[in-house]
Design a protein around this ligand. Structure first.
Ligand code: CA
Length: 236
């Protein structure tokens, strides 16, 4: 039998925690809860959840700091930020500090479950066996992608990417020269069936990826913009 996936909820509003926990358990997830940022951070590091739902305004440590420290400590657990409605700046800041996704409160349970599923889908990739360097492919510009151990290197120096950044890079790099709209990318890389105003997520992720892999992020040579259409990976 497949092991249960574990969701860590870090949220100080007990009514939200209770209803989310109820729905997650009904869907077969194991649930951990923390009601302040410090406890949430400690649990995220110690309990190895498969995904973290992270509120922003939390006692003791705000959600952005929790996420930032998690990433600094090398955790690549998927993080979904729970933001208050209409706080656009929150969404962008959350993605900038390494969150994988965000959802606005109040959210529908159906949408939350879909987001959790989409973000958790590939945690299996972190549990694959030891690295096999044989499968590395050169993507041009000194960049190599090794799908066996999910490692990306630039001039042989390992680059630390979030899962989402890795998936966006490998998706674009495996279709060099082909232009994808932001909606295409939301569907193909983020696995969203419904795409609302969230295409901004793609822009932020592209920008963060460029900062990590491009020689000059302001004048990229690997991930290129086709103005008014979308993004593509430079052909070799
Ligand atoms: Ca709160």
């Amino acid at each position: 039998m497949e092991e249960k996936k574990t969701v860590l909820i870090v949220e100080d509003e007990k009514s939200i925690v209770d209803i989310v926990r109820f729905n997650l358990e009904k869907e077969g997830y194991a649930v951990l809860t923390a009601y302040d940022g410090e406890t949430g951070l400690a649990m995220a590091l110690e309990k190895n959840p498969d995904i973290v739902l992270l509120d922003v305004m939390l006692p003791k440590m705000i959600g952005f700091d929790v996420c930032r420290i998690l990433r600094e400590k090398g955790s690549s657990v998927p993080v979904i930020i729970l933001t208050a409605r209409e706080e656009e700046a929150d969404k962008v800041q959350g993605l900038e500090i390494g969150a994988d996704d965000y959802i606005t409160k109040p959210f529908s349970m159906r949408e939350l479950m879909a987001r959790i599923k989409a973000n958790i889908r590939r945690t299996a990739m972190q549990q694959t066996g030891p690295a096999d360097a044989g499968g590395a492919m050169s993507a041009g510009g000194g960049l190599t992608i090794n799908p066996d151990n999910y490692q990306v290197c630039k001039q042989d120096r390992p680059i630390d990417l979030t899962q989402r950044e890795y998936e966006l890079l490998t998706f674009l790099a495996s279709h060099p020269g082909r232009v994808y709209s932001r909606i295409d990318l939301m569907e193909q890389v983020w696995n969203y069936e419904y795409v609302g105003d969230d295409v901004r997520t793609v822009d932020v992720t592209v920008r963060r990826l460029r900062e990590k892999i491009e020689d000059d992020p302001a004048s990229p040579s690997l991930i290129l913009t086709r103005r008014g259409v979308g993004y593509y990976f430079a052909g070799q």
